[in-house]
Design a protein around this ligand. Structure first.
Ligand SMILES: [Ca+2]
Length: 112
């Protein structure tokens, strides 16, 4: 069963709640609008098209809680992919094609 923790524009106390859930073994990948796990948050195991939830090309940091996840620049797991099980505090440090970075590039993602 897929678990969608939350999506919200306000980080604040909600981000703290997700961090606590992560410590207990959260199941969802969490996207953060800003680097260093700050700003608005969105959490779900996967999403085939982040445009549908207003989160396309916004993530600047991510937490995967140990799960291997592949992020994609296009909808429906297309385009360039970044496969990782690491938490990434600053997607600017991850190179994408044409000397760009992964900052504000993710449009879909899923485990595996
Ligand atoms: Ca961003």
């Amino acid at each position: 069963m897929r678990t969608k923790i939350t999506r919200a524009l306000l980080a604040g106390s909600l981000a703290v709640g997700i961090a606590a859930a992560g410590a207990a073994g959260a199941s969802a990948t969490v996207l953060f609008q800003d680097k260093d796990y700050k700003g608005a948050v969105y959490g779900a195991d996967s999403n085939s098209d982040l445009r549908k939830v207003g989160w396309s090309k916004k993530a600047s940091s991510v937490k995967n809680y140990g799960y291997t996840v592949t992020f994609w620049t296009g909808a429906n797991y297309t385009g360039n992919g970044l496969r990782t099980s690491s938490d990434i505090s600053d997607l600017r440090k991850y190179k994408n094609f044409l000397n760009g970075t992964w900052n504000d590039r993710i449009m879909s993602y899923r485990r595996g």
